[in-house]
Write a protein that binds this ligand. Structure first.
Ligand code: IDP
Ligand code: MG
Length: 140
């Protein structure tokens, strides 16, 4: 099991001014923030990031949403980071998310669901590399 994962505070949460509260959840859950930045994804970046979902019925809505405003991308570190972060954010659909999870508390619906979390160690490393350069990931 790896010790890094990739997270996004999505445009809905940034617009709702929940960035600070969600970062607090990140830290209180015991994650170290290796790297983080605010950015506004282009449509092309969103297409590239979510290529795995191409062809699914929600794909166009997803890439339009993810490029609709600023988001915060984060490289997070903790033992068993991928699973720990998925547990911290809860189910994709907030109606199904457990009490106390980020999606339960901040998501609007299955599309506008406040945060992203990698689904495997392999994808975590790919996603971190998609947004961060080696220099941004250097930890002293
Ligand atoms: P995940 O973010 O929990 O890993 P995925 O199935 O990987 O969920 O879907 C990626 C993203 O696509 C979701 O977080 C959500 O924003 C969006 N999405 C997933 N399913 C639906 C849907 O049925 N309708 C609209 N958007 C969806
Ligand atoms: Mg996913």
């Amino acid at each position: 099991m790896g010790n890094q994962t990739f997270a996004i505070i999505k445009p809905d949460a940034v617009k709702n001014k929940d960035t600070g509260l969600i970062l607090d959840r990140v830290l209180k859950a015991g994650f170290h923030i290796v790297a983080g930045k605010l950015l506004h994804m282009s449509l092309q970046q969103a297409e590239g990031f979510y290529e795995i979902h191409k062809g699914k019925p929600f794909y166009d809505e997803l890439i339009t949403f993810m490029s609709s405003g600023q988001c915060m991308v984060l490289a997070l570190e903790k033992e068993n980071a991928v699973e720990e972060w998925r547990n911290t954010i809860g189910s994709t659909n907030p109606d199904e998310a457990a009490e106390g999870t980020i999606r339960k508390d901040f998501a609007t619906n299955v599309g506008l669901n406040a945060v992203h979390g990698s689904d495997s160690d392999e994808n975590a490393q790919k996603e971190i590399a998609f947004f961060f350069s080696d220099g941004e990931l250097r930890v002293n």
